[in-house]
Design a protein around this ligand. Sequence first.
Ligand SMILES: Nc1nc2c(c(=O)[nH]1)N(C=O)[C@@H](CNc1ccc(C(=O)N[C@@H](CCC(=O)O)C(=O)O)cc1)CN2
Ligand SMILES: Nc1ncnc2c1ncn2[C@@H]1O[C@H](COP(=O)(O)OP(=O)(O)OP(=O)(O)O)[C@@H](O)[C@H]1O
Length: 191
Amino acid sequence: MNKRQLRKQLLLARESLSVADLKVKSDRLCQNLKQAPLFQQAQTILAYWSHRQEPDLSLLWAEREVWGLPRTVGQSLCWHVWNPSEPLQKGKYGIFEPDPDAPVLQPQDVDLILVPAVGCDRQGYRLGYGGGYYDRLLSSEGWQDIPTIGIIFDFAWLEQLPVDEWDIPLKGVCSDRQFNLTLEAQRVQLM
Ligand SMILES: Nc1nc2c(c(=O)[nH]1)N(C=O)[C@@H](CNc1ccc(C(=O)N[C@@H](CCC(=O)O)C(=O)O)cc1)CN2
Ligand SMILES: Nc1ncnc2c1ncn2[C@@H]1O[C@H](COP(=O)(O)OP(=O)(O)OP(=O)(O)O)[C@@H](O)[C@H]1O
């Protein structure tokens, strides 16, 4: 299957989850993240506001006062400081975004990126909505060395995704069933 067909199939499966199932799975996923040393040791974490039944990270908001949320600006993502008590506004694609006047986060301010995904594979490759936003971000100056964790429900964790030359593998994946660093990330950490 190519990326477009896979995206369609995985989005359909995700959007068929019941509200109750979505909550149970999202809360389990948040618990798995909370237990990961990478999460515990990170100060400033970039997250996302759930869209189209993505795992809902709400259970995490109480864990930190400062988060980073993205705003799409042209072809890029701009990251703003967000405190969970602050309101968000609907942006392009209907996704909730932070106030454009909120302080901007630079890569040196960031310890961890929680990357929303439609699917991930064992090597950490990611399928997104097809905009290329995270691929462009993670290939740009300053952003390459920040740990990245793909966030998905377990059914979207596949053996192997089709890979394009611009795809950059994530360091790990977290689902409602497990948190896993890729073999490559584990190898680099051991060195
Ligand atoms: N919650 C959340 N916020 C996020 C992302 C995300 O994946 N999840 N993004 C991650 O990048 C950025 C937004 N990226 C998006 C990219 C494309 C579409 C979209 O709706 N695309 C069209 C057509 C795509 C196509 O060419 O096939 C569509 O799906 O109908 C939506 C969001 C920033 N914010
Ligand atoms: N580093 C990059 N520089 C320029 N263009 C890029 C880069 N990475 C990806 N793109 C462009 O983005 C488009 C979408 O890529 P892809 O289908 O892999 O997106 P995605 O990872 O699913 O989407 P998203 O990150 O928005 O969720 C591709 O057509 C590609 O041309």
